[in-house]
Design a protein. Structure first.
Length: 419
């Protein structure tokens, strides 16, 4: 690393080798201008650690997007979160080019042909850089915030361009495998949900042709309250009694509109009492239920006290109640019945009284077998991703620091870098 050059973003900007652009102000882009479908807008909630989270995207029409054309994103732009997410960024790919940067974002566009934006993106995911960003953005503020002056002060160790590309290629190979697994998880999850909808919403379950219906309900099915088949578990634990290595799920770890947990923290990072949950408990984010944050736990651990921990009373109820709670109808009811204005929280005392149609045991058992098989495959993909991420992150530190030299390696570039 001794021959690596240290470059400051400010120098690149001064030399017109980089450009910074803050997102549109509130007067330029109003909430009333969002539409149901159109040109996507990237807001801070869509920004991950190098990649895009496309749940709950907002959209603009062509006319509004044209008015905000200075905020159009192009391939290889780097977008930072400005408020509450200063350590996060995304690299714009072909999927998201020509989208619009939102008000709470800051865009970096590299013009220099001596820099690989993919290498820069990986540098921005290192712990050292994230800690630096958090320290700079949190100075004198209750919520971390980012501005152009902070981004300009970023110093980056830059190896020769061929080395940058080789480092990015090695790390991209891991990310490509992770993305392939994520696509498999999404397909498996969709299959499980679609079977649920086919059997329990459209009522085209196996043998439905031979079953009598009474007032639209299959014979043998019954109307019950949600609390008849599951219960809330409030197993609190004092922070002093928490093992620091225990897996911990904050609300930020609960996925949006997905049922599988993809990341977690450890209990040594928590600062208050929590709740304990068991593997295969259903976890529902209580705050702002319209965010649709929930999951089926694939491990035991601790979670935020603002999580509703739900446990099916019988194993055959699991998949059925999971997707019942996951449904848009349940989320709407959880939202309109939530308590509080500034920080609305779902009211389980209300939700558990909701009436649902419970299928007969034979159908539930048959569905649960199918669900178990699909969820098992999802967990295998997730476990594989965890190993890949750990390996990638260990390599990341050594590669970005120059401790592991790749200069003399003949590297095959992955598909994501050859398109």
């Amino acid at each position: 690393m001794s021959d690596w050059e240290i470059i400051q973003i400010n120098d690149l900007v001064k030399e017109n080798q980089a450009e910074l652009q803050t997102g549109p102000f509130g007067t330029q882009l109003k909430a009333s201008e969002y539409i149901a479908n159109g040109i996507p807008v990237i807001n801070v909630r869509n920004i991950g650690y190098g990649s895009l989270t496309d749940a709950k995207l907002e959209f603009l029409d062509d006319k509004t997007a044209e008015r905000l054309k200075v905020h159009r994103l192009v391939l290889d732009d780097i977008v930072f979160g400005r408020k509450g997410a200063v350590d996060r960024h995304i690299l714009i790919t072909k999927k998201s080019e020509q989208w619009i940067q939102g008000s709470d974002c800051l865009r970096l566009r590299i013009k220099s042909n001596k820099l690989s934006t993919k290498f820069l993106s990986y540098y921005f995911t290192t712990n050292a850089h994230k800690y630096w960003m958090e320290a700079q953005g949190s100075f004198g503020a209750t919520m971390s915030s980012l501005n152009q002056d902070i981004v300009k002060r970023i110093n980056i160790p830059i190896p020769p361009l061929p080395v940058q590309k080789k480092i990015a290629a090695i790390l991209s190979a891991y990310d490509d495998l992770i993305e392939n697994n994520n696509r498999r998880i999404a397909i498996l999850e969709k299959m499980a949900e679609e079977i649920y909808r086919e059997w329990f919403v459209r009522l085209r379950f196996p043998g439905h042709e031979q079953v009598k219906f009474h007032k639209g309900i299959p014979e043998g099915w019954e109307s019950v309250k949600i609390e008849a088949i599951c219960k809330e578990i409030r197993n609190g634990v004092k922070i002093k009694n928490l093992d620091g290595s225990t897996k911990y799920l904050g609300l930020e770890n609960l996925p949006r509109e997905s049922i599988l947990i993809k990341d977690f923290n450890t209990a040594d990072s928590v600062q208050s009492d929590k709740l304990l949950f068991k593997e295969r408990d259903i976890l529902f984010g209580k705050i702002r239920p319209y965010l649709h944050k929930m999951a089926l736990a694939n491990f035991s651990g601790a979670c935020s006290s603002d999580t509703i921990v739900i446990r099916p009373k019988l194993n055959e109820y699991e998949g059925f109640i999971l997707f019942t709670i996951f449904s848009d109808t349940f989320i709407v009811l959880a939202t309109i019945s939530s308590k509080g204005t500034k920080m609305p929280r779902a009211d389980w005392d209300f939700l558990k009284k909701l009436q649902i149609i419970l299928p007969e045991t034979k159908i539930l058992t048959s569905y649960q077998k199918k669900f178990d098989a699909l969820f098992s495959l999802m967990c295998k993909c997730s476990n594989s991703n965890e190993i890949l991420k750990q390996t990638r992150d260990r390599l990341l530190t050594r590669l970005i620091s120059g401790k592991l030299s790749v200069e003399d390696l003949d590297i095959q570039f992955p598909p994501s870098m050859t398109e």
